[in-house]
Design a protein around this ligand. Sequence first.
Ligand code: GLU
Length: 437
Amino acid sequence: MTVLTKAPPQVPVSSTPARGSMLATALAQLDSACDCLKLDDGLRAIIRQPERELTVAVPIRRDDGTVSVFTGYRVQHSSARGPCKGGIRYHPRVDMDEVRALAMLMTLKCAVVNLPFGGAKGGVTVDPALLSDGELERLTRRYAAMILPLLGGKRDIPAPDVNTGERTMAWLMDTISMLEGHLVREIATGKPIALGGSEGRSEATGRGVAIAAVEMLRRLGRDPQGLSVAVQGFGNVGQYAANILAAEYGCKVVALSDVSDALHNPNGLDLQAVTAHVRHSPGHLLAGYGLNGCVDHIANADLLTLEVDVLIPAAIENQITAQNADDIRAGVIVEGANGPTTFEADAILKDRGITVVPDIVANAGGVIVSYFEWVQDLQSFFWGAEEVRAQLGSTLRRAFQEVWAFAGRGGYDMRTAAYVLAVDRVASAIQQRGLFP
Ligand code: GLU
């Protein structure tokens, strides 16, 4: 019998992530939080590495009869504080390192708003605009079946993310329910209301961004009424954030962009008209709006450097970088997207006195209402829209205040405070559970 006397060499799950990549940023932010906490090396090593990773092949039959094979991922970063939780994105740039970074952000996001969840993320490397509805459905069903061994209402619960939504979650839940032989509502959140989705889930991330922006402005002594706002990204998050800030808090949304166009009007955009346009336009894009000259069409990069009171990056990661951070002229940045600011850019913004509400607080509204959806599904007892809104508001405001107070006590910026609070919660859960076996 061979007895293994020497530990095999440690192979890190991720080789060094690419410089400037989202994983590099997430790990650098994590390390600086661990440094602030003087965290034990063993705990740091546990938190730096995802618990479990899966790469799957996703073959689908195309409408023309041929077969295409896509690559999908699901990464469970941590289950220390509860079932792993996090969205699924469809994007041509999805890769394992991006999914690892996003899974880690989910762990920290759930911890900072104190939800009883860990963190996970999934994705498929695909440009969904190039697939028909039927192809997208087959892709979703095959991907769901392939990652099924990891999923479960007590293990890992997906939700929508970039380029996925209610319809995606309905297909995913149906696929799993067919394979299990009974309806499994609690397997995913962000579902249509008729299938056990929650009131208020579709607006939740954008509403949370608006709440976080207003909470920040008020603490800086500024009344949101009449303040100018620029929003990068006019998908689910950007649309709700812009509309709620304008309609409920009197902000003036002066610029909006998506992959197809960027609109600017210093007197304020007609949000109702823009929203109606994207609802009916091909691919739900801004392209084709304002051809009568009612707005200026600017470059997407120029939206980020407009002189506005509030800038909301609500598109994808790595938008504010060392290249443009010196040119940002917004007073406050509220991160609707995950990881829109690189580690290097963050330091520049801090030096320049620009206040950043970090992603794990600013966009936590989505996962907060996902938590409510999961609770409602488990109890088969559903809440009204007012109840959901009230609970979202109080959960997010409480978390914001905790981070704000912690930042004040420790002399931290908001991002450092949020990360330190979150890492501390995750680390103490790991420590109190102890190492199995
Ligand atoms: N994809 C969203 C996020 O990044 C929501 C995740 C969820 O609800 O589980 O926060």
